[in-house]
Design a protein around this ligand. Structure first.
Ligand SMILES: Cc1cc2nc3c(=O)[nH]c(=O)nc-3n(C[C@H](O)[C@H](O)[C@H](O)COP(=O)(O)OP(=O)(O)OC[C@H]3O[C@@H](n4cnc5c(N)ncnc54)[C@H](O)[C@@H]3O)c2cc1C
Length: 397
């Protein structure tokens, strides 16, 4: 019998996994609860090593022209303007893509879907919600609901890429350890051209402030502005027109009200699954780890999981390597999720919201000094673009 891999979830992580396995000729069944690929405006940053990986399947060539090439990233102060600007060209010897690509994540899943159409051995079932999973010594079973019917599927291994609320993780009784921040994050998108009003704005701007920090991110047609909300504000109060206008007007006063295209309010967590592998059940992406969006590491880290895991699954099922190789996936990627993704994003939040003027000055002086020294700036960019994390993972036996 030919190996058959089951995947739960058609987000970027499930889709990348299906593509890598499908390209290697492996039979895959991917189950997605929604009726189509998500078009939500979520991740919008692709880091250089993610583009290097996607390039192996021609995907970077497809998505780069659909996004914006961000050569520079900035650390700003909401009132003083630019504190430090980093030139990603400093990474030209570290990556084939020395820039951040500002591009909506759905463009990646859409591009993968086009490639999967040419692979009859990869089946994508929409409107199919995974309910539970189980396993025996030689296989996995998945029970799903498809338009009122119960579907039972068998496979050799199963990838739970079904996001933060993963049914696979819950069914496998794997704890999701960590915490939820008391405040929620608000993302507003607008067609207002901030770059005409805020001098030297780049496509990626982290703006610290002791009262209300924000992040200004450009995608091809819009600016996205991320704000924290206060724990005592209700969801309804945050989302009123008055409150939305007040936040944007406070950032940059305008005679006209801002036109907002999307408004998203969401809870933010720092959590890592206690196990990424339980026998034949493997977790990847948001089902395995979630973090705050400061640094753009959620989707990128998930795509790195998918490449790491699928490479090992292929070695086990096609080259007969020992199954214990899959434990190395957990050792490598769980370590990165804890020591690197969770730690960096938590530190980014702490720095951007810092209230103590002495500490703020210290952080800003350090950023200025780092940006002014090309060797230090390159080291900083290797960290923020996740190149160091991949090198660290490689070093884990
Ligand atoms: C507002 C916002 C902004 C973000 N910005 C960034 C950013 O700038 N950079 C970054 O790197 N990351 C960002 N992220 C995080 C990023 O979107 C996620 O890390 C990424 O989508 C994770 O991909 P995934 O495939 O693991 O999970 P998801 O994208 O959540 O996909 C999971 C899929 O599984 C499906 N599913 C769920 N349950 C079931 C079930 N029981 N059965 C079948 N299917 C199921 C869902 O419908 C979904 O399609 C952001 C997230 C949010 C919410």
């Amino acid at each position: 019998m030919k190996p058959h891999i089951l995947i739960a979830g058609a987000g970027p992580v499930g889709m990348v996994s299906a593509l890598v396995l499908g390209h290697a000729g492996v039979a895959v069944t991917l189950l997605e609860g929604a009726s189509a690929l998500s078009m939500d405006l979520r991740a919008s940053t692709f880091h250089p090593p993610t583009l290097d990986m996607l390039d192996r399947y021609g995907l970077s060539k497809t998505i780069v022209p659909q996004g914006l090439v961000a050569r520079y990233t900035q650390q700003r102060d909401r009132h003083e303007g630019v504190i430090a600007q980093f030139d990603m060209e400093l990474l030209k010897n570290d990556t084939a893509h020395p820039f951040r690509l500002q591009c909506e994540q759905w463009k990646l899943t859409e591009a993968i879907a086009q490639q999967l159409k040419a692979m009859p051995h990869v089946k994508v079932l929409f409107d199919t919600k995974v309910e539970s999973v189980s396993q025996t010594a030689d296989g996995v079973q998945m029970v799903a609901q498809c338009q009122g019917e119960t579907l039972r599927l068998q496979g050799d291994y199963l990838i739970g890429a079904d996001g933060a609320w993963s049914a696979v993780r819950r069914s496998a009784e794997i704890e999701f350890e960590g915490f939820t921040y008391p405040e929620r994050f608000l993302v507003l998108s607008t067609d207002f051209e901030f770059a005409d009003h805020l001098p030297q704005l780049s496509y990626v701007n982290y703006c610290s402030d002791p009262k209300e920090w924000c992040v200004l991110l450009r995608v091809p047609t819009l600016w996205r502005v991320l704000f924290p909300t206060r724990p005592d504000e209700s969801d309804e109060a945050v989302m009123t027109d008055e409150a939305v206008q007040a936040r944007l007007q406070n950032l940059l006063p305008q005679a006209q009200p801002y036109k907002t295209i999307h408004r998203t309010l969401y809870k933010v967590h720092q959590r890592v699954a206690r196990q990424f592998r339980r026998g034949r059940i493997l977790l990847a992406g948001d089902s395995a780890h979630i973090n705050n969006p400061l640094g753009g590491m959620g989707m990128n880290g998930g795509v790195h999981d998918a490449f790491n895991l699928c490479e090992k699954l292929l070695a086990v099922i096609q080259q007969g390597q020992d199954e214990s190789l899959l434990d190395r996936y957990e050792r490598q990627r769980r370590t990165i999720a804890i020591e690197y993704i969770n730690a960096s994003t938590a530190r980014n939040k702490q720095e951007i919201e810092e209230r103590d003027p002495v500490q703020r000055k210290k952080t800003q002086d350090a950023l200025r000094a780092t940006a002014a020294d090309p060797a230090a700036a390159r080291a900083y960019l290797r960290k923020t673009s996740m190149l160091d994390a991949l090198e660290r993972a490689q070093a884990i036996a």
